[in-house]
Structure formats: structure tokens, C-alpha cells
Design a protein around this ligand. Structure first.
Ligand code: BMA
Length: 858
């Protein structure tokens, strides 16, 4: 019986203390031996094979069957070319993993011995010395199995047999009528994207995808701790720690709690434990002068280091460590004239959420390292984001992901792992989900970054708007039964568990609550607006279709050449090659890009130009969307685009591709999410300028409007007063656009908008009187001055241009160089300073730097 099943221990808590403001108490003499919970990792020396094969091959744990086959050179790179198609046989087989490990008689006789599996993907039977000790059926669960009676003093044999999830899913689907949308995958509690998505390949994998541990403990152990708090006043916070403790005999223990922040606070409690322990232990205490945690842009990310130690003076002890942030996050939904608000308050301040949707950072999950998390999340923070949505077709991410979000101040909108399908409602499925929710909420609830739990992605919308009921020919009775199951899962089971496990966090059943085809979707709840892209509406439609909280919208751009080279041989680097097509998973993706490109850009002359222009196109669309959302503040209070990252090299909606390259869209999102934004609305006849501010104070500023031609001649200059009102969007200037169009040559004019506070430039934006395809751009004429710093790996470039250079893209093909900015417009006469870090020498950099602009592409 997995230990997690015992973790939901309800409210009545026998042990309750309120200790007021104690610092450095007595009992310092108690020894702090932590040694009686022994943990060893069992992640080395695994072997694997296909069931039925004789030969065992070395395996990596944590890992997957696909990556183990690749490491053993049994299959080619699954991401390359069209290899995906040839590797589908893997999902239909069963696979076995085995390990021999040592133990000793003393441990087995005097300790509780447990095998812990932090993640098994998915249908797995685990045998220890030929005895079946676990039948696992959920990739998202963790398992702790008491194993003393199966252990041998010396060599122990652990075998895990993975059954084909696809076959099992299909069997279930055949058994269950009517067929559910989502079919084979919805019966299996496994990451749904693995069955293929419109940005990802199909590799329905297997494997020990998280660490395996052997844990031996005696006397007592802390299973987990739930921390919660209430900000009583500016100077006092009450914290509650609820300990789930396992103990095998009655004893007296001391609980020592240490909080280290700016000052160190220690609290000691004396606690008799009486067996059997049927209830959790709650300890409440207060701290003075709490240092609050806030999301980035709104305050500091103060984190306390919390150590909770159980000490038995005579013998054993255990320790639990975590970091913890004191903050208040609320979801405010108040009825108003149009519908109802949907915004987050952080520490009592309304905060506009700027961010993106997150999908798994590698299709093969164990390849996602802490560094990869850090790189992507730091890039998000650098792009002025304060919220990431962990989308429901992926996975509950690793602890490291949430630790990094805590430290960077990125709030997390956390979906449960259900997406775009209907799910069963039988008792065994529900019991499985019940345990999954307990495991994951228990694991994650102490993270200050988590702002919201959300039941699923696009299921309510799918059921009501995507034609499933017709497609699957459901009778009224079928529909009623399927919808009842939906309500049971997302309106009862999950919120019911959350009310016990994590009552202070908001819960939202489905993202979005109303489909984008309905006007009401813009009046309340969160919105996924896909009229642009899926609905083929023009980019300008973003200006009209702004809801209360835009949790999805997006447009595809091709990945960098670096990412394309990861999967396409030289001859395959063209749009209609088999490799390119296999790395475009949207059914009409290239046609859709082409359709919009025709509207905005001249036909690119070659493949590399096409890649570059497709990125500019994506960036254009997203700039219009983000600026519209921010201008609509406070009606709209969130803008999370689809999607931050990729799980393999692919043409997709991402702003950062799988190779780590930032697309043009990344830089546009960074600019458009700045604290201050100048944004222009073109109504056809009028030109209005808005100043949007996420600041907490008003800023008296001036708006400078300079009209230039493409050779840098200043045609007019105007300065207007423009106070950037705190947390607001204000229209602060307007002019006749038709007049401007007739006064200046609209094909050769750029309007530079700058917001100054004194001499300090707060932000700037550029505006053109025509779409890029109609601009009369001159031939590129850029000068570069290089300044290498001492160690030669970094330095600055100073760029100047004799005429307007549109979307300057800097690259050193085949070599790693990071540029602080890219894809920027360079105005004639200005000096652009770009910092770089490179693997090239000064001479190589000078000879290999390639500069591309729009005028080079046709
Ligand atoms: C959204 C997501 C994904 C999908 C994306 C692009 O609706 O929820 O399911 O990948 O659109 O089509």
C-alpha cells in the first residue's frame, strides 16, 4: 500500500500550541543527530531489455526506454528527420529494468525498509526478489513500499516490468463505451503530450523517469510538513506547521523549528507522541517583522530557510528542510457591469500578470536538467514576466522548477494534468486521480510561487464548442453521463481534496471557462483567444478581442537555423522536405503562416530568409496582442502567451526554441512586457498614444514624438505631458493619422515615441505608417565597431546605419554567441550598443558575424 494514501489526515489536530515570539529558547544541549533516517539513491547499475529479448543493456535512471535505446545505439536520434515514424514500434512492446543491490542483516532487522519510486512511467509491476511489491498505474504518483519482508541480507534483485501504455489504453477504450474524445490516452494517467500534440512528436514512452531511493528509518520519521501562514499585521505573522509523522513506539520528542531570514528565529516545543499516531501534529507560532515574498516587479523575493527537527534525546531524530515565503495571493472575481473581474492581488496590490504557457522542456523528461529550468525561467524573468502557466497536457514539474520560480519571483498558474479530452469517471480511475492529487499538492503546496490550481486545459471549452458530441454520435444519455463524470472530477473530487490539503489557494475548474467563439468569453473568467491563428482572423483582431485575463493566444514562428540543423540535413532545409514537414505538427501550419505572411511581408527569397521573416511575422502579431492586453488594463489584468518553450526542435508558437535560441518574438515580448509601455492605436483616421504603467507610484513624464524619414531626417518633433499613472493605462496623446499620412511619405516614415522622466528614458517604441511589405527600405548599410574585453570571450558591438535598418539580426552561424538584443530596428544616426558573449576569437568574430535585415530577404 503506497504511503501517500495515508497522507490525507483531516483537520482535528490533537496537538496544538501557540507560542508567541520566542527566540533562541532552551534545550540547546539536545544532540542533533539526524542519522536514523538513512537514504541511499538506487540510480546506478540498472539494465534494461525488451521483454522477450535475452540481452540486457545498460540503462540510465532516471531515464526512459527511448533514451536508453539511443544511448546504446540501438535506434537513431528520435528527433532527427522523420525517425519519429520509424520508432513507433517501441510503444507497442513491453520493457524490463533490473538492478542488483546490497543490503545487510542489521538494517533489515532493526529498520523500516522502504523502496521509494518518485516516478514510474506508467504501467509498472515491481518485483523485489521475485515478489510483486507494487503495481503502479500513474506516472504522476510517488510510491513508498515497505519491503523488509522481501529483502535479503546481501544481494537483492529489483525488477520493473513496464507494459505498453498504448495497448493498455486501447484495451480500456474498447471496454468502455461510448468512446471518449481523447480515446486511448484518457484512460492512462500519463503525460498526454506524449501521444503527440500540435507542437510535439508522438513517443508514448516508458521508464523510471524519476529517482529511486532506498530509505531505512527507525523510531520516527517526518513524512511531510504543511506550512501555512496568516499575515496578522505588518509586524506579525502567524505560521502553522502541520507535521505528518510516522512513529513506531510511544516516546517523548522535541520539535525544534528554526526560521532563518534577515534574523534567525528558533522555536522549541516539547511533544509527547502516543501511539498509534492517528493525527498530524500542528504547531502554531508567530514571528515579528515578517519579510514578505512578492512576485518579480512587485517586491523582493524574501525566502525563509525553515528547518524542522524531531529530536528524541535518547535516540533518533529526523529533519525536514524547505524554503518558505510569506505572501498573500488572491484571485479576485467581482461582478461588474460587463461580467466579472479576473485578477490576482499579491500582498493586497492588484498585479497585471505578464507571462507565458509552459510545456515540458524536453519530450524526454529526465533530460530536463536544473540548468535547463534555470535558463528558461531566467529568460522569462528577463523578459519581464511574472507568471508562468504550467499547462495541463504536460507534467507536474520537478521540485527544482518551483524552487527556481520561488527564487525568481515567478508566480505559477498550475494546471492539473488533464487537457483537451473527456476523462472516465469510474471508481478506479477516480481513486487513481485522488492519490495523484494528494501526492502532488502535498509536494508543491509550500511553494510561495504557486498562485492558482486549475482543473484542466480546454475541456469545458472543448465539450461545449468543438463538436465532440456530434463527432462521436453521443445520445443525450451518453452526453449526460460524460458531463457528469466531468463535474465529478473537476467540480467535486479535485476541489474537495484541495479544501483539505491546501485551503488557502484559489481553484479554477477549467482554463478557459468560456470558448473564444462566444462574446461572453471576453467579459468574465480567463480567455484563450485563438481567432488569430486557428480562426485565421487578422492580427488587428487582437485589439478587439481582449478579455479579463488572456491565458492563451499565439502565433507560430519557425525555429532558428541552429534548431533546424538539429533535425534536417542540408538538402532537407526547405519547407516541403519530409523532415521540415515532420517538424510542423499543426495540420495546416505552414499554410497559415503563408497566409499571414502574404499580408505583412514580401515573399522571402530563400529558406533562411523565410525562417527569419516567419519569426518577424510571429513577433508582429504578438506585439499587437500584448500591447492590446496591456492597454486594456484594468479591464484586462493578464497576458500569458502560448508558448514559452519547445520540447523538441519544431515550428511552433514558442518564443524560445529547443536549441535555446530566442526567436524574434522573445525580444518583442521583453519590450512589450516592460514596466512602462508606450503603445499606439491606429483607428484608421486617428493615432492615439497610450502610456501603460505597472509601477506602484505615479511618474510625471514627458512623451517625445519624433517623425523621421528612413534617411534620418527629422520631419517633426513634439513633446507632450504624459504622467504614467500607477498601475494604469492612460491615453495621453492623439493626432490625425490621415493628415500625417498625407504630410509625410507613409512608405518612408517612422515615428519614434519616447517616454522621459527628466533626462532618463523610461521606454520607447517605434511606429510605422505601413506594413513592412510596403515600406521602401534602402539597401543595408551598417557599420560595426568591435570592442573585445580582456578575456576575449565577451565585449560590445557598436552598430550604426546610414538608413533605417529594419529588424537587424546578428548571428555567428555554427558558433555560440549571445547578443543582449536582436532583431531590433536601427534608426539612421543612432548608435546601438550590443553586449555579446562568444566562443569565437576576435578575428573569427569579425569574419563570421552575419547581419541580416528585412531588405536582404527579397
Ligand atoms: C492551446 C493549447 C494547446 C495547443 C495550442 C496551440 O489551446 O491548450 O492544446 O497546443 O493551443 O494549438
Amino acid at each position: 500500500m503506497p504511503a501517500a494514501d495515508h497522507r490525507l489526515i483531516t483537520c482535528c489536530r490533537q496537538y496544538r500550541f501557540i507560542i508567541l515570539c520566542i527566540s533562541c529558547f532552551f534545550l540547546a544541549e539536545i544532540h542533533t543527530c539526524f542519522g536514523r533516517v538513512l537514504t541511499s539513491e538506487l540510480n546506478s547499475n540498472w539494465r534494461f531489455r525488451k521483454t522477450g529479448d535475452k540481452e540486457w543493456l545498460p540503462a540510465t535512471v532516471p531515464g526512459t526506454v527511448h533514451t536508453d535505446l539511443l544511448d546504446n545505439k540501438k535506434i537513431p536520434d528520435p528527433f532527427y528527420g522523420t525517425n519519429e515514424k520509424e520508432l513507433q514500434w517501441i510503444e507497442t512492446c513491453n520493457w524490463e529494468y533490473e538492478l542488483w543491490f546490497n543490503s545487510n542483516a542489521e538494517i533489515i532487522s532493526s529498520y523500516h525498509c522502504e523502496l521509494q519510486f518518485e516516478g514510474l512511467d506508467t504501467y509498472a509491476k515491481v518485483y523485489l526478489n521475485d515478489s510483486l511489491i507494487l503495481v503502479a498505474e500513474n506516472m504522476f504518483r510517488t510510491w513508498s513500499i515497505e519491503c523488509n519482508k522481501f529483502m535479503k541480507p546481501e544481494k537483492n534483485h529489483l525488477v520493473i516490468i513496464f507494459e505498453s501504455a498504448v495497448k493498455r489504453g486501447n484495451q480500456e477504450a474498447r471496454k468502455n463505451t461510448p468512446t471518449l474524445p481523447g480515446e486511448e490516452k484518457v484512460y492512462t494517467r500519463k503525460a498526454q503530450y506524449q501521444y503527440g500534440w500540435d507542437w510535439g512528436p508522438r513517443f508514448a514512452g516508458f521508464g523510471i523517469w524519476k529517482p529511486v531511493k532506498f530509505v531505512a528509518w527507525t523510531a520516527l520519521r517526518i513524512n511531510n510538513v504543511q506550512l501555512s501562514h496568516e499575515l496578522l499585521s505588518d509586524s506579525v505573522t502567524e505560521i502553522s506547521a502541520v507535521l505528518d509523522v510516522a512513529a513506531d513506539k510511544a516516546s517523548m520528542v522535541y520539535i525544534k523549528i528554526v526560521l532563518e531570514g534577515a534574523a534567525k528565529d528558533s522555536f522549541y516545543f516539547e511533544q509527547p507522541l502516543t501511539l498509534p499516531l492517528t493525527e498530524n501534529i500542528e504547531v502554531d507560532f508567530e514571528i515579528n517583522n515578517p519579510m514578505l515574498w512578492s512576485c518579480t516587479g512587485s517586491g523582493k523575493q524574501n525566502l525563509y530557510r525553515v528547518t524542522i527537527q524531531l529530536m528524541d534525546p535518547e535516540r533518533e531524530s529526523d529533519v525536514f528542510r524547505t524554503s518558505y515565503g510569506l505572501r498573500k495571493v488572491e484571485l479576485v472575481q467581482e461582478k461588474d457591469k460587463p461580467g466579472s473581474s479576473f485578477y490576482f492581488k499579491v500582498n493586497d496590490e492588484a498585479v497585471f500578470m505578464k507571462g507565458a504557457n509552459w510545456i515540458p522542456a524536453d519530450h524526454f523528461l529526465p533530460r530536463v536538467t536544473k540548468n535547463k529550468y534555470r535558463e528558461l525561467l531566467t529568460a522569462a524573468k528577463d523578459a519581464n514576466m511574472n507568471m508562468i502557466r504550467v499547462w495541463g497536457g504536460g507534467v507536474y514539474e520537478d521540485d527544482a522548477f518551483y524552487d527556481i520560480c520561488d527564487s525568481l519571483g515567478i508566480l505559477v498558474w498550475q494546471d492539473f494534468m488533464f487537457a483537451c479530452a473527456m476523462y472516465p469517471g469510474d471508481s478506479s480511475f477516480l481513486a487513481n486521480v485522488h492519490s495523484e492529487v494528494i501526492d502532488n499538492v502535498t509536494r508543491l503546496r509550500n511553494h510561495p510561487c504557486i498562485a492558482l490550481w486549475c482543473g484542466n486545459n480546454e475541456i469545458d471549452e472543448g465539450w461545449k464548442n468543438w463538436g465532440w458530441q456530434k463527432q462521436y454520435k453521443y445520445s443525450a444519455k451518453d452526453s449526460a453521463a460524460i458531463w457528469k463524470n466531468y463535474l465529478g472530477l473537476f467540480h467535486e473530487l479535485i476541489p474537495g481534496l484541495l479544501s483539505q490539503l491546501d485551503p488557502s489557494r484559489p481553484y479554477w475548474e477549467s482554463s478557459p471557462s468560456i470558448g473564444w467563439g462566444h462574446e461572453e468569453s471576453l467579459r468574465s473568467g480567463d480567455s484563450h483567444y485563438w481567432g488569430v491563428w486557428w480562426g485565421m482572423q487578422p492580427f488587428e483582431m487582437y485589439m478587439k478581442k481582449t478579455g479579463r485575463f488572456m491565458s492563451e493566444y499565439g502565433f507560430q514562428g519557425m525555429p532558428s537555423m541552429k534548431a533546424i540543423e538539429m533535425f534536417a540535413a542540408t538538402g532537407e532545409r526547405k519547407l516541403n522536405s519530409a523532415a521540415m514537414k515532420n517538424h510542423q505538427k499543426h495540420p495546416s501550419g505552414f499554410e497559415t503562416i503563408e497566409h499571414y505572411m502574404h499580408d505583412w511581408y514580401k515573399k522571402p527569397k530563400d529558406f533562411e530568409s523565410y525562417v527569419y521573416i516567419s519569426q518577424l511575422l510571429q513577433a508582429e502579431g504578438m506585439k499587437i496582442a500584448i500591447e492590446s492586453h496591456r492597454r486594456a488594463k484594468p479591464y484586462c489584468m493578464g497576458s500569458l502567451f502560448w508558448q514559452l518553450n519547445d520540447c523538441w526542435p519544431v515550428t511552433s508558437w514558442s518564443s524560445i526554441d529547443y536549441s535555446g535560441e530566442r526567436k524574434a518574438f522573445y525580444y518583442v515580448s521583453r519590450n512589450s512586457f516592460q514596466k512602462y509601455l508606450i503603445s499606439v492605436v491606429d483607428t484608421g483616421t486617428n493615432f492615439s498614444v497610450y502610456v501603460v504603467s505597472d509601477d506602484v507610484i505615479d511618474q510625471k513624464a514627458k512623451l517625445k514624438i519624433t517623425v523621421l524619414d528612413f534617411l534620418g531626417n527629422v520631419l517633426s518633433t513634439e513633446v507632450a505631458n504624459a504622467t504614467a499613472l500607477k498601475n494604469a493605462s492612460v491615453r495621453c496623446y492623439s493626432n490625425r493619422l490621415d493628415e500625417m499620412r498625407s504630410r509625410y511619405n507613409p512608405f518612408r516614415t517612422v515615428i519614434k515615441l519616447e517616454l522621459f522622466k527628466g533626462d532618463t528614458l523610461l521606454t520607447r517604441n517605434l511606429y510605422y505608417l505601413n506594413k513592412p511589405k510596403d515600406l521602401l527600405l534602402e539597401k543595408k548599410d551598417i557599420d560595426v565597431i568591435y570592442d573585445f574585453f580582456n578575456d576575449n570571450s565577451d565585449g560590445i558591438l557598436k552598430l550604426t546605419s546610414k538608413n533605417l535598418s529594419k529588424n537587424v539580426y546578428l548571428d555567428t552561424p555554427g558558433h555560440e554567441t549571445d547578443f543582449s538584443e536582436n532583431y531590433f530596428d536601427l534608426l539612421p544616426g543612432e548608435i546601438k550598443t550590443i553586449h555579446f558573449q562568444t566562443s569565437l576569437s576576435e578575428a573569427e568574430m569579425k569574419s563570421q558575424l552575419v547581419i541580416r535585415t528585412v531588405s536582404d530577404t527579397y
